[in-house]
Design a protein around this ligand. Sequence first.
Ligand code: SR1
Ligand code: MG
Length: 418
Amino acid sequence: MVGKSEKYAPLTVETISERLGRIDALTARLGADTSQWQCAEVGDGNLNLVFIVSSPQGQLIIKQALPYVRLVGDSWPLPLKRAYFEYHALTRQAARAPGLVPEVYHFDEMQAIIVMEFFTPHVILRHKLMARQRVEGLADTLGQFLARTLFRGSDLSMDTARRKRDVALFADSVELNDITETLVFSDPYFDAERNHHTKGLESIVARLRSDIDLKVEAHHLKAKFANNAETMLHGDFHTGSVMVTENDTRVIDPEFVLYGPMGFDIGMLLGNFWMAYFAQPGHGDDAKYQAWILQTIAGVWAAFTTEFSQLWRNERTGILYEAALFEGQPLAAEQALTHKLAMIWEDTLGFAGVEMIRRTLSLAHIAENDTISDETLRATCEAKGLELGRQLVVNRARMGGISEVNDLAKQINKGATS
Ligand code: SR1
Ligand code: MG
């Protein structure tokens, strides 16, 4: 499955057949007659080339890293080795949460190419949320994916040798770690070069940047992100990293993989759902659909805690909270679980908050807001996200359960706070 080749060169739709047409992993799925192959470049993310290759026999995805940030251009170089980290993340996620991530058919480290399963007729969840379409089973699948990958990639499941090896492997992803540390945790809180925001938010932006409690708490979260190598994270788990049909959910794109705090993946996902909730007036303003988004958020957290608790009770084979330590004291193990979930909850809220703020003030925004052409309406939706984000970051230790946070979101949505 792993191939080696000559000097790196970006693929084009014209060169794919010639360059990859003799690789078994591709011909087995597309057929050896490359004249039948059809290629389209479909990458709409911030970093990479993505091709769908189709033939009468089948379809697959080819993802290739570019040596720079696609969103910005070659003025921002970025190493190709992110494909290597993504490949290793995908194989680990496939083992820990089977059936939810694309199968890797072929990996070429030199060309930074991953050839993988094409999920069809799936679409990116973010687009589904803008089209106000529901997905059956979404919350359960996402909650279970989070619990399985976060638990099984951690000290709760892994032995010392395997875990330390993986921490070392992913620790080399310094450039992508740096992107997150900078864009998520620092840039939004000062007038950084790459920042941009919607006209009309100026006074709110000025207020947030002079908000000492917010700045300090966001930085405490940055310290946690940088220092707490708790588990293998997806690292960029927003609604653009999820593909869905009306009743199927899959997870893609773990190139930002790193060892970090469990609440980061959960918080990033929930923060993106809350932003989609506030953006709904720009996409049809359907109160019932908004209620479904909040219900989905509650469902993700419920599914996560249920699955995580199951894994805690049945799969604690790692170096932390060893089963032997609690022999004959089941209540002690349950107490430790309750404490663990409370810590994850607080982190989740904080990371959701910083994600909501950075997607509005920093470099990379979200399509739900960007596609609202009425600037005044867009600013109103974004201001609500900023308000909830600020409250989550600053008050995360004092928030009750998920219903309390959803109630706060509803108040903010009505314009009843600030
Ligand atoms: C320069 S990359 C900007 C953002 O895109 C990715 O999807 C990550 O979210 C990153 O922060
Ligand atoms: Mg991505």
